[in-house]
Write a protein that binds this ligand. Sequence first.
Ligand code: MSP
Length: 506
Amino acid sequence: MTETFYVTTPIYYVNDVPHIGHVYTTVAADIVARYKRLMGYDVFFLTGTDEHGRKVEKTAEQAGEKPLELANRVVKRFQDLWVKFSISHDDFIRTTEGRHKKVAQALFSRAKDKGDIYLGRYEDWYCTPCETFWTQNQLNDDMCPDCGRGVEKLKEDSYFFRMSHYQDTLLQHIKENPDFIQPKVRKNEMLSFIKDGLRDLSVSRTSFSWGIPVPDDPGHVIYVWIDALTNYLSGAGYLSDPDKFARYWPADVHLIGKDILRHHSIYWPTFLMSLGIPLFKKVFAHGWWTIEGKKMSKSLGNFVEPLQLTEEYGVDQVRYFLMREVPFGLDADFSRKAMVGRINSDLANDLGNLFNRSLVMATKYFGGTVPARGKVNDTLQRTADDVFQRVDLAMDDLAYQKALIAIWELIGAVNKYIDETAPFTLAKDESKGDELRTVIYNILDTLRVITLFIFPFMPDTGRKMWAALGIKEPIESQDLSRSYQWGSLPEEAELTKIPPLFPRID
Ligand code: MSP
């Protein structure tokens, strides 16, 4: 049976238009989804939008719209952007859809029937931008400890989830599954939070109405985080497509930003425990982007607009930069200088030049068809083997930067091979015809392997390179676990010279 792989992004709030932070997680999820497909997995990749809650309701009020009108407008921005960024999600879930609401309600009822959700009264603080409850002790100078903004005092009837009850089971689970929360620094933060003691979680609100009604008590709406987290089940067919759900659940990885790790590594698993649903395998919290050294914020007006970036630099260039610049778990700074530097050195110089000059040589010496296979080059093949092993491990760890560094070693190895074998010199000597054929074949075949490796990261570029190499079967149908080996570039494939893949930027 084919192995499955289920990856998710957070579902994005529709009170705000997409920015580089949203693009980051979604591109990361897309890359691992594409990689696993290329490795023969049956992949399910889910993204979507989080459309309920006080924050969305408030933004709609300010815009003089109904919340659903706001959602319908903003959701399009996200969906269009994902097309632009070559995102290959298999489904897009909106929390205002019927298939989602029925799941959130059913789960709420189930936990309530079990006695894990009970009615009480909430009297404490709430941060609307984070949609998060806080106690007086947790506040930081009376401000939200996460985002630093003001909090409001809530006094309202509320249902509570007996989260405290699952504290020890959760600690045990984290201990027995060392990869459950990644990276490690974040896991340690979560561990100390749990060890400080979990309180029961308020899971409904009565002071506004934009949410999913609590079953049998419609004066309450389900707390937006409980509503949102259940998207990972509703989006995978829970209660609507049992076969699909059985195939993909438990999710292999929830990709998120570090600010929402507590919700994913504490609220979510304890809720699943209460419901008796197996826990997801891993949650990975990536770092945050600052812009030219500053926090991204509305008041600074320094939001990096993703569409504008793609117009300036190109989609694949942006995808590459985001993954190459820093290790996935760490904070990063976005600067135009760094972006241009990466494009010119890694993409234009290393990869782009290699590809173009190889095609130029093949066209000049063999009239644009792939010459006959000669003998494998051991160094190139050994490098490809090694790169494959390293990329595969890196992708399991979501170490995108490491994977790219490995791939660039193969690019470097081909560049070196060209320098050492000097095809331009061989071409001048008629007695070296066989040698020249072998060298050109090996260069082109290694370019084929490089194309496969970079395809998950830069799908448009990958497709262009694949077509230029004259390979008829679609790149998506390849099995990377075998095809990274020497020799499957068809002899006599028709090569096409193409314009430079990555124009230099001044
Ligand atoms: N709706 C919730 C998630 C619910 S998931 C069940 C939410 N939405 S969000 O739109 O506010 O944020 C989504 C993601 O964007 C988070 O993972 C967050 O970390 C990420 N980012 C927001 N700003 C960011 C940066 N400046 N840098 C990197 N990621 C950032 O939270």
